[in-house]
Design a protein around this ligand. Structure first.
Ligand code: ADP
Ligand code: MG
Length: 258
């Protein structure tokens, strides 16, 4: 097929209108339209659609980047059969992201290696795919950030920045104890996002031991009250998945060797 002549002004106009995907695809789609004998309307619809889809993909990619996930994990990649007590339906229901609109929280409680962070990231990723603003941060990192911000007289600015995220994943609450200021600031953060934003918290500590994190039974009770009040609590149980996976693999190797 002969190469299409570029209509006058087209590229300059597309540039002015900031339509990079149309610029990239108009020629290929025009040739395709000729071949398929598409109507002008169909061609127009196709070309507009490439711009819309590409833009959406770029927005989603930006959301994922801004979320700063340490690794990418998906719900599809989660083996629910390894979790006999975890309520699979409850997890899949969360993936529709209604909990964000309802400002509800999710608390994932369980031992190390049982998939808490995996599930938290997978939910965060699903939120990004629906173009929500998500931020992943460990509790220790957040507490440090807030302490630093306070030292620089930037605390309220920092809190405001964080409040722009619709979903904040607070990973590993309870692994590292905070000092008093760090604990207080983290408490202040939770109090501030309460009923305005959603949190996904992962923790190895049962609620009864949250006072060890917040160094104060009253503060812990207040956090539990706020976070847990509107929360889906998911318990991950069993042996560490990493350990189990490693064992299974080495067993397979042994079997292959014998
Ligand atoms: P936790 O945060 O509870 O300590 P992680 O979510 O970091 O545990 O899980 C440890 C590793 O095992 C990760 O690589 C994770 O993807 C994997 N993992 C844990 N549970 C499962 C599961 N049920 N299905 C698939 N991978 C899992
Ligand atoms: Mg974890």
């Amino acid at each position: 097929m002969k190469k299409l002549a570029e209509p006058a002004h087209l590229l300059a106009d597309l540039k002015e209108l900031k339509l990079p995907s149309v610029t990239k695809h108009w020629e290929r789609l025009a040739e395709e339209a000729q071949r398929k004998r598409q109507s002008h309307a169909e061609y127009l619809a196709d070309i507009v659609h490439t711009e819309v889809t590409d833009r959406r993909e770029r927005r989603i990619a930006r959301r994922i980047q801004d979320a700063r996930f340490p690794v990418i994990k998906t719900l599809d990649g989660f083996d629910f059969t390894a979790q006999s007590t975890l309520d699979r339906d409850a997890v899949l229901e969360l993936a529709d992201m209604r909990f964000l609109a309802e400002r509800r929280n999710v608390v994932l409680v369980g031992e190390v290696g049982t998939g808490k962070t995996h599930l938290a990231i997978a939910l965060g990723l699903a939120a990004c795919q629906r173009e929500h603003r998500v931020r992943f941060v460990t509790a220790a990192e957040l507490s440090n950030t807030l302490v630093e911000a306070k030292a620089q007289g930037q605390l309220s600015r920092r809190l405001e920045q964080l409040a722009r995220f619709e979903l904040i994943i607070l990973d590993e609450l309870g692994y590292v104890p905070f000092d008093k200021l760090g604990a207080d600031l983290l408490f202040g953060f939770v109090a501030r996002v309460y009923e305005r934003r959603s949190l996904v918290v992962t923790t190895n500590l049962p609620f009864a031991r949250w006072s060890e994190v917040f160094l104060d039974a009253t503060a812990a009770a207040a956090v539990i009250d706020r976070v847990v009040h509107h929360a889906t609590i998911l318990k991950t149980e069993g042996e560490s998945y990493r350990l189990k996976d490693a064992k299974r693999k080495s067993m397979r190797k042994e079997r292959a060797a014998s």
